[in-house]
Design a protein around this ligand. Structure first.
Ligand code: SAM
Length: 235
């Protein structure tokens, strides 16, 4: 269904994943002029607005996994009434492994205008610098936290023809890489990107077993993206 431009609108605003220099001019202008900003954590977005010197800041509404269903309708009603609402997450692109999908769906159902100020996204940043094939990819977000489910998932994609991109936290990265070696083998080519765009950005790439050895000698703090090449690919 085609959506015509309505008086109110929802704008998904991508924000930096670690480097304030990555805020775009359009993101800044949208945040400054919005009637309301729906965000995950009002303290984090409040600090972002201070860094951007947005003094007369718009109202901030906490839009999280827990209240997404209820708030999606309320916010869509406000947009329907003519308000300009911006949606941000704590970092990166809203609705990518972050809340947002339900609000976008609600606006689409009501034929309201949904647009974006595109920008940082950890998955795309990692893929683009990985050296792994990037003509096609599967983004999985976070894999299941339980080992058996994670192994099942990895095994079910062992013959997948494109690069797989997953997110992982510092608490589980070691287990993730161990499971990857166990299920896809020590020679599977991978790229692990840590702390992208930040001071301690580190990128490990090569056969999974070698990456595991390199990572064991370094800090495993921070945020991680893992890219997994198709079987047989050699960097
Ligand atoms: N919406 C975000 C995006 O567009 O990338 C992703 C949010 S998700 C809740 C958070 C996960 O993204 C982290 O656990 C990590 O896997 C990944 N991530 C976010 N920032 C990152 C960074 N600077 N370096 C590496 N991974 C990052």
């Amino acid at each position: 269904m085609e959506t015509l431009k309505t008086p109110g609108s929802l704008t998904l605003v991508a924000v930096p994943i670690g480097n304030m220099g990555d805020i775009t001019k359009r993101a800044y202008e949208t945040l400054k002029s919005a009637d309301c900003i729906a965000c995950e954590d009002t303290r984090i977005t409040g600090k972002l607005l201070v860094k951007l010197s947005i003094i007369n800041r718009p109202d901030l509404i906490s839009y999280r996994d827990e209240n997404e269903c209820y708030l999606a309708e309320k916010l869509a009603e406000r947009i329907d009434a003519g308000e300009e609402i911006a949606l941000v997450s704590d970092a990166g692109t809203p609705a990518v492994s972050d809340p947002g999908f339900r609000l976008v769906r609600e606006c689409r159902r009501r034929s309201l205008t949904v647009t974006s100020t595109p920008g940082p996204c950890a998955a795309i940043t990692a893929l683009s610098i990985s050296g792994l094939p990037s003509d096609g990819f599967l983004f999985t977000g976070f894999l299941p936290p339980k080992r058996a489910a994670r192994l099942r998932f990895l095994q079910s994609y062992q013959d997948f023809d494109y690069t797989i991109i997953a997110y992982e936290s510092c608490h589980r990265i070691k287990k993730f890489i161990n499971d990857l070696v166990d299920s896809l083998g020590p020679d599977r080519c991978i790229c692990v990107a840590r702390e992208l765009t930040k001071k301690h950005e580190t990128v490990y790439s090569g056969p999974a077993n070698e990456v595991r050895q390199l990572m064991a000698q370094a800090s495993q703090k921070g945020e991680f993206v893992i890219c997994i090449a198709k079987d047989g690919f050699v960097l």
